[in-house]
Design a protein around this ligand. Structure first.
Ligand code: MN
Length: 205
């Protein structure tokens, strides 16, 4: 069994000027590739786990043999988080959500602008390396959270539908220590159609 590093759904330079080509190359080809390889290494020899999806592995992490629980949490989380991250960005991104997601965001946060402000506060407030998330519970309820390292919100029963990587490797070349400037720019590449599909998949599950 092996998980495959997914290709980026656009060119390395497609998200410029908001995210630069070199950052995307290193981020995908080195970091995401590394998590994928180390996840596969951890699962090697565990034939009983071969039918499990990455979502199943992370959701039920306590069921894993204790010797691979930490590497799957770290590298499986890295594999899953980055796959989602590439897919919720697009060179045609930006703007505002639509459909049921737009309604749910307004209901939960008051307005899209209030949501953006709270999301940015959550992401920039994550101490050290991690992620900022918009998540949905099994009932479709939206909330904001952050996770350290590569922890997945699936471990807490929350499905991530939008996430921003706030590890320095995601922004340091272009933004140095200015995490807030990176998050401000990142809104310009968020693919709200993709986020909306992620939300509808949770709501209809
Ligand atoms: Mn990353």
């Amino acid at each position: 069994m092996a998980f495959d590093l997914p290709d980026l759904p656009y060119d390395y330079d497609a998200l410029e000027p908001h995210i630069d080509e070199q950052t995307m190359r290193i981020h995908h080809d080195k970091h995401h590739a590394g998590y994928t390889q180390k996840l596969n290494n951890a699962l090697e020899g565990h034939d009983d786990l071969q039918d499990r999806s990455i979502e199943e592995l992370l959701t039920d992490i306590d069921s894993l043999p204790s010797d691979i629980r930490t590497p799957v949490r770290q590298n499986g989380g890295g594999f899953y988080n980055h796959r989602l991250f590439w897919n919720i960005m697009s060179p045609d991104g930006g703007g505002t959500p639509n459909g049921v997601l737009a309604t749910a965001i307004d209901d939960q946060f008051g307005s899209f602008e209030d949501f953006q402000e709270q999301f940015a506060d959550t992401a920039t407030g994550q101490f050290g390396s991690g992620w900022g998330w918009l998540v949905a519970g099994s009932d479709g309820a939206l909330s904001l959270t952050s996770t350290p390292n590569q922890d997945s919100t699936l471990m807490d029963g929350q499905t991530p539908i939008l996430g921003v990587d706030v590890w320095e490797h995601a922004y340091y070349l272009n933004y140095q220590n200015e995490r807030g400037s990176y998050v401000d720019a990142w809104w310009n590449v968020v693919d709200w159609d993709a986020v909306g599909r992620n939300y509808e998949n949770v709501a209809s599950a």
